[in-house]
Design a protein around this ligand. Structure first.
Ligand SMILES: Cc1ncc(C[n+]2csc(CCOP(=O)(O)OP(=O)(O)O)c2C)c(N)n1
Ligand SMILES: [Mg+2]
Length: 371
């Protein structure tokens, strides 16, 4: 049982609201939510789980080189992403597909990268400040802290203007906390009181290494050690993820400095489609977390408030539509010319890239008849 008395949980695994004194500070954030807003939480979770299943199928059918499943982590991602304002900057690792979509990244853009059609780019400015996927474990925490230091210097914190004050949120995994980068990012965040939320998705595994090997203490206590106020939440509870993140982002934008959220969740699938988790983990663990599924508990909660079957049927249909749409569009993508690999190395033309592009062209031409 990973939860402790300190874990913030607003919604029980059965889908009922948890009454606890410690929850009082977060309840106002939930009370403000309309039925439509709550359905929106559910819609994002269900539709993106359907997307995730389709993407894994596409990989198995040879349409993608690799897939990185997010199945099981929907509540942590939806709650925290919907707590952010449009001007906030979000720095992901590589499993944050649900957040990407909420910030306006077309899922096909992510799939194109995993099909080998692109080197993985989008312009954060055109995608509600959703920064690039980062495969070098933990390095995005440094990017985020640096960016947050810049926001401080630009005077975009604590002005009292709700449309101007800006925060940064960085997503990282339990395994990445063993990287020096993450510790360095926290040192600088604490020293410079950056407007920043460290959002750790503790999905209990770093490929085949369990979180118990990464840390002898619960990971949220790491943040405290750096002087960063830290809290552990039930990451499969979308209401806790939303309310706690909103409170922390509000504090960051108002100039109260960084904070750290450890969201306890679980990676229900493989690390990637190149991994076979049955080699290193037991079914009993899957069963435990299956009973704490973020989507089932939220559906129970919504049904308890009177949501009709039609609501759930419409959301399921939207998931199927998205799955069909991405399958169609990914298979219709045109294969880019090999030479495009040189296009985005530098923003301006560069003589070395020009020489390499020419060398590739000459090499390809050498296969033509008569050469
Ligand atoms: C600097 C670095 N070291 C090692 C790797 C190989 N690697 C890729 S994913 C991963 C595990 C990361 O686990 P965690 O931070 O818990 O994130 P999760 O995959 O569970 O979301 C490792 C070690 C890498 N990509 N970068
Ligand atoms: Mg992990």
């Amino acid at each position: 049982m990973p939860y402790t008395a300190a874990t913030v949980q607003l919604l029980s695994p059965e889908g009922t609201l948890v009454q606890r004194d410690a929850n009082e500070q977060y309840i106002p954030y939930v009370d403000k939510l309309s039925d439509d807003a709550l359905y929106e939480f559910h819609r994002h979770m269900v539709v993106m789980r359907r997307f995730d299943i389709e993407a894994a199928n596409l990989q198995r059918q040879g349409q993608l080189a690799l897939w990185i499943p997010s199945n099981g982590q929907e509540a942590a991602q939806v709650g925290s992403a919907l707590a952010a304002k449009p001007q906030d900057h979000l720095f992901p690792a590589y499993r944050e597909h649900v957040i990407a979509r909420i910030r306006g990244v077309d899922p096909v853009t992510i799939l194109a990268m995993l099909r080998g059609h692109s080197h993985g780019g989008w312009d954060p400015k055109e995608h509600n400040n959703f920064h690039l996927y980062t495969l070098v474990i933990g390095s995005q925490t440094l990017h985020a802290t640096g960016y947050a230091m810049g926001i401080n210097l630009d005077g975009m914190v604590g002005t009292g203007d709700p449309d101007k004050d800006t925060a940064v949120m960085v997503y990282f995994g339990d395994g990445s906390t063993s990287q020096g980068d993450v510790s360095e990012a926290m040192v600088f965040a604490a020293s410079y009181q950056t407007p920043q939320v460290f959002f750790l998705q503790n999905n209990h595994w770093a490929i085949s290494v369990p979180v118990s090997r990464q840390s002898r203490t619960p990971l949220y206590l790491r943040g405290e050690g750096f002087g960063i106020p830290s809290v552990q939440i039930d990451g499969n509870d979308v209401l806790a993820s939303f309310a706690v993140t909103k409170a922390n982002l509000d504090a960051a934008r108002s100039g109260h400095g960084p904070s750290f959220i450890e969201a306890l969740t679980y990676r229900m699938g493989a690390h990637t489609t190149s991994d076979d988790p049955s080699k290193y983990r037991h079914d009993s663990e899957l069963e435990f977390w299956g009973q704490r599924d973020p989507i089932t508990r939220f559906e129970n909660f919504l049904r308890g408030r009177g949501a009709s079957d039609t609501v759930f049927a419409d959301i399921a249909a939207e998931g199927d539509d998205l799955a069909a749409d991405i399958r169609k569009r990914i298979t219709e993508l045109e294969v880019p010319a090999n030479s495009t690999m040189f296009d985005h190395v530098y923003s301006d033309p560069h003589p070395v890239m020009d020489a390499q592009r020419q060398a590739l062209a000459d090499f390809e031409t050498s296969f033509e008849e008569g050469q």
